[in-house]
Design a protein around this ligand. Structure first.
Ligand code: MN3
Length: 212
């Protein structure tokens, strides 16, 4: 079965005023759809059409990847794009329903970063440090600790050997994610992003990631 675009659980205007409707519609129905289409095109005829995407991404940077060598760049970019955006849509929420980290996640954030405000400052610094297009991640390490990391383009933690369940928060810093509203001001978009993160989902991902 080929890969498909996930249906959003909210309307394109639900993230207003922090993400505008046109950005959401273009991002989901054009950009994400293109990643899905290009991924399916790259996998067509390889016998890997039904292989779980996480499996393909986990080895896509390795010479042992089952993906034919001439298809690997396309699968890296478009498979990464499909995986990253599928997570992004899950961990954002309508601005009208603000959420907060669970007590367990907040305690871990405070333990590691100082305060929630310190965490947000470190996230912002890391995100501003991405040169060009890329993503920021909050990852649960195998020892249960939290780390902030970034990747260029559509690369992601699963490509770097991180289990796909371990990234619990992701944010897209390609200009297509914010340029219509925020223009070149990535910092403004980062500040606005705290209004639409679905901490219920992030907290559940944290609980799952540390579960024995
Ligand atoms: Mn994007």
């Amino acid at each position: 079965m080929s890969h498909t675009l996930p249906v959003l659980p909210y309307a394109y205007n639900a993230l207003e005023p922090h993400i505008d409707e046109l950005t959401m519609e273009t991002h989901h129905s054009k950009h994400h759809q293109a990643y899905v289409n290009n991924l399916n095109a790259a996998l067509a005829g390889t016998g890997l059409e039904s292989t779980p995407l996480e499996e393909l991404l986990a080895t896509i940077l390795s010479p042992t990847s089952p993906v034919p060598a001439d298809k690997r760049t396309a699968v890296r970019n478009n498979g990464g794009g499909h995986w990253n955006h599928s997570l992004l849509w899950e961990i954002i929420a309508p601005s009208a329903t603000p959420t907060a980290p669970s007590p367990a996640l907040l305690a871990k954030i405070n333990e590691q970063f100082g305060t929630f405000a310190d965490f947000k400052a470190q996230w912002k610094a890391a995100s501003l440090g991405i040169f060009g297009s890329g993503w920021a991640w909050l990852i649960v390490q195998n020892d249960g600790s939290l780390t902030i990391s970034t990747t260029p383009n559509q690369d992601n933690p699963p490509m770097q050997g991180v289990q796909s369940s371990k990234p619990i928060l992701a944010m897209d810093y390609w200009e297509h994610a914010y340029y219509i509203k925020h223009k070149n001001l990535r910092g403004d978009y980062i500040d606005a992003s705290w209004n639409f993160i679905n901490w219920n989902v992030v907290s559940q991902r944290y609980a799952n990631a540390i579960a024995p």
